[in-house]
Ligand binder design. Structure first.
Ligand code: PHE
Length: 486
């Protein structure tokens, strides 16, 4: 029997859940602040309308039309494009191996929240006591067992959430989407009622219109949209393949994109109001306390939590619970997209695929639980998102724009939808998106030629970056060439 969503809401929530992740809280607010503050919303919105939503429509239509997960759907366009589908999934696989480790940290920090175990010096606590970070990626040192414990819990949660494919996912996402929204609202209210909050928000939103003249700001907007909507991983294609035949495409794409966008924007209020408070308490300027990524969640936020006037531990618990629920549906969407594709091609039993996938990805993740783990996490993250993902995006547009009757695909989407999209969509897919993403890709490559990423050695960069991408290409070709089981 074919897997299918029980309701439209299940599908929309699953798709939103995949899009909304840690990035909405620790990436968007920072990117926005660093690229013109409030003025950044203009390029962001334009990027969303000209690239994010068109690609979302593309992925939904493709999945819906062929009713197949990414590799098979691409294979229907032209046989060789199946490789692209597998490559996209492998990039997702590369990501989920470390994404789960970050969630493992969240599990640990959830526990630490009860007695604010991180103490006064949260930075030393995180880097030296918790991660026991070594001095370079080449010194990987011992495995940190508390992190492994968090990792195991994360994988149990991921596999349980996709146990029966869309049947289970469709139920789980009600919790993993709605709970973080509720917590986010609580955190926004807590944040904006703290002294100094306004100063923080001013930093976040004061528009610097001159930034709009900087092409880098526009590239940042496109790359944020791309990353944030979880497009280019085969996830949205696979999720749309579980839709019943008569369901809507275009509305759903807009809905998911705007919900994701709104969450990022609101997330900024929670983050920057709290940073304003932090700045006021410590006398530092806000510009010095804004950081993105793990530093924000595991160093700055714990410090602020400890400073809160009442129920500090409770807010710690809420914060890390929010990160966990935000992250898990992104993580399991990557796994589900992979699992569904393997089941589709090799006709294996879902239970074996789920468990096998979980165990392999978890074992690989152990690398990131070592003392050198954070360095590897950083390198792999950079390469997956800045090279792997962008390549998929470009080829995806070329595949549809030049090797397929894109007009027909648009008409197909329109025939299923309440409101329809015009030829502007063709323009975005054929020209605009591949060109902008192409420029993004080339600028990134030039930067890498000039200097290795993040000041690491060329060797470490090669191992965690290029080698991994080459390996994924080889595996993708191998999976493509393996015979399909009927
Ligand atoms: N869209 C997710 C976010 O904003 C990021 C993500 C991308 C997660 C790809 C998993 C895979 O956090």
């Amino acid at each position: 029997m074919k897997d299918i969503w029980q309701s439209r809401t299940s599908f929309i929530l699953a798709s939103i859940g995949s899009a909304i992740g840690l990035g909405n809280i620790w990436r968007f607010p920072y990117v926005c602040y660093a690229n013109g503050g409030g003025a950044f919303l203009i390029p962001y919105l334009i990027a969303l309308l000209t690239s994010g939503i068109p690609l979302m429509v593309l992925e939904f239509s493709l999945g819906h039309k062929f009713s197949k997960p990414a590799p098979a759907a691409f294979g229907n366009i032209k046989k060789g494009f199946e490789v692209l589908g597998w490559f996209a999934l492998l990039i997702g696989f590369g990501i989920v191996t470390y994404y789960a480790v970050v969630m493992g940290w969240c599990f640990n920090y959830l526990g630490y929240s009860f007695n604010l175990a991180w103490g006064k010096d949260t930075q030393t606590f995180f880097f030296n006591q918790f991660l026991k970070i070594s001095d370079s990626p080449m010194h990987i040192g011992s495995i940190q067992w508390m992190i492994v414990l968090g990792l195991v819990l994360t994988w149990i949660a991921i596999i349980a959430s996709i146990w029966k494919g869309p049947n289970t996912v469709g139920k789980v996402v009600y919790y993993t989407v709605i709970i973080p929204w509720i917590i986010l609202i609580v955190l926004v209210i807590r944040g904006i009622t703290l002294p100094g909050a306004i100063e923080g928000l001013k930093f976040y939103l004061t528009p610097k219109f001159s930034a709009l003249l900087d092409y880098k700001v526009w590239l940042a907007a496109y790359s944020q949209v791309f990353f944030s909507l979880t497009i280019g991983f085969g996830v949205q294609i696979t999720y749309a393949s579980f839709l019943p035949r008569d369901s809507d495409v275009v509305n759903n794409a807009f809905l998911v994109s705007f919900a994701n966008n709104a969450t990022s924007f609101v997330g900024g209020f929670a983050v920057f109001s709290t940073l304003g408070y932090y700045a006021q308490q410590t006398g530092l300027p806000v510009s010095e306390v804004v950081k993105s990524g793990p530093h924000l969640a595991f160093v700055t936020y714990p410090t602020i939590i400890s400073m809160l006037p009442f129920a500090a531990g409770l807010f710690g618990i809420l914060f890390f619970l929010m990160l966990l629920t935000l992250g898990i549906d992104s993580a399991f969407s990557l796994v589900e997209a992979g699992a569904a594709s393997i089941i589709d091609k090799f006709k294996l039993k879902r239970i074996y695929v789920n468990i096998g996938f979980g165990i392999i990805a978890m074992l690989i993740g152990i690398i990131y639980t070592t003392r050198g783990g954070l360095y590897w996490l950083d390198i792999v993250d950079h390469f997956m998102n800045n090279y792997g993902l962008l390549v998929v995006g470009i080829i995806e547009c070329i595949a549809i724009g030049y090797f397929y009757n894109h007009k027909e695909l648009r008409e197909y989407a329109n025939s299923k939808s309440d409101f329809t999209i015009g030829p502007w969509w063709d323009f975005c897919i054929k020209f605009l998106t591949p060109i902008v993403v192409g420029i993004l890709f080339v600028t990134n490559i030039i930067e890498r030629i000039k200097a290795p990423y993040g000041g690491y050695s060329r060797f470490a960069e090669f191992l965690g970056g290029w080698l991994l991408i080459i390996l994924f290409i080889i595996i993708a070709v191998f999976l493509f060439r393996t015979r399909r089981r009927e």
